[in-house]
Ligand binder design. Structure first.
Ligand code: MN
Length: 292
């Protein structure tokens, strides 16, 4: 029997703050900075909108036009619907189970709102947005957009034949994730029925954390519950995940990008000078145009 990868910390959801008027988030990463800004590199930011009920609204809630440069935004929808528009001309709606992987890279303007028809009816809303850093050599790549529908994700059925692991990026046993990434990333949703269980193993240098989206689980025998983030030590070992009741778990593991970073506002660059350039380029219209 191989050893188990130790849990470094179980993090309770930090106090909420609003992003625009549509996203009520717990900012787990970088959070208050106490973990270190690069502790989960290549994942720089994690905003988690825990399950929230939105009342009907004729005008969709969300966040208006804003720029990004130097990284990717990955939005994972568990409940509710979000519409996206950007200055590269991409437009998409993501609904329950879908993922949107937007590479801002050299610069993009975008806006993110609750989808119009969904907004009129309202309902339960639960999403994660990640900012995935890009290595210096790709920070000024051409922007791109990957809409990843749930049915495109590889799914590995577990032994109970009711639970499964869906793969957004990377590979779990026979299941392959459709997302193309710039650095090695494993990103899965484990969707487990009570009693469902699985083992995982990631290289020890890959920064690894699980966000409990729903239910109660045991990880290497330790309990974790809805809305907690479980951060693993960078040591060898398997991870044993077992559902106590029906559960969903977002699993993130990635090879760290070993470069200095300079994050500021909507930009994530390597140096202060590059952030100043980003602001200049933004003010000079080099990020394109997008109607509010
Ligand atoms: Mn954004």
């Amino acid at each position: 029997m191989s050893s188990l990868r130790p849990i470094e910390k179980i993090i309770a959801p930090p106090p909420i703050h609003w992003v625009g008027d549509g996203f009520k988030v717990h900012n787990f990463l970088p959070g208050d900075g106490s973990l270190g800004l690069q502790r989960m590199s290549p994942f720089f930011l994690m905003d988690y909108n825990a399950k929230t009920f939105f009342t009907p609204s004729a005008s969709p809630r969300g966040v208006g036009v804003h720029p990004h440069r130097g990284f990717e935004t990955v939005t994972i929808a568990y409940q509710g619907k979000v519409a996206h528009h950007d200055s590269a001309g991409y437009h998409g709606v993501i609904g329950q189970g879908d993922v949107q992987w937007m590479t801002a890279a050299s610069g993009i303007l975008h806006k993110e709102y609750h989808e119009k028809e969904w907004s009129k009816i309202g309902g339960w809303f639960q999403m994660v947005q990640l900012w995935v850093n890009l290595p210096a050599k790709h920070k000024m790549s051409t922007p791109k957009y990957q809409p990843i529908l749930n049915e495109q994700m590889g799914k590995h059925e577990l032994d109970d034949q009711k639970s499964y692991v869906e793969v957004i990026a990377g590979k779990y046993k026979s299941a392959i994730g459709p997302a193309s990434t710039f650095t090695p990333i494993e990103m899965y949703n484990a969707k487990l029925k009570a009693g469902g269980e699985a083992f995982f193993n990631f290289p020890k240098n890959f920064n690894t954390a699980f966000l409990i989206i729903e239910g109660k689980v045991e990880i290497n025998g330790t309990s974790a519950t809805t809305d907690q983030l479980v951060l693993f030590s960078n040591e060898d070992g398997d991870i044993h995940l077992k559902a106590i009741d029906n559960a969903a778990v977002l699993m993130l593991s990635g090879e760290p990008i070993d470069e200095p970073i300079f994050p500021y506002g909507p930009f994530l660059m390597n140096t202060k000078q590059e952030v100043i350039e980003a602001y200049n380029d933004y003010e000079n219209g080099k990020f394109g145009h997008l109607e509010d």
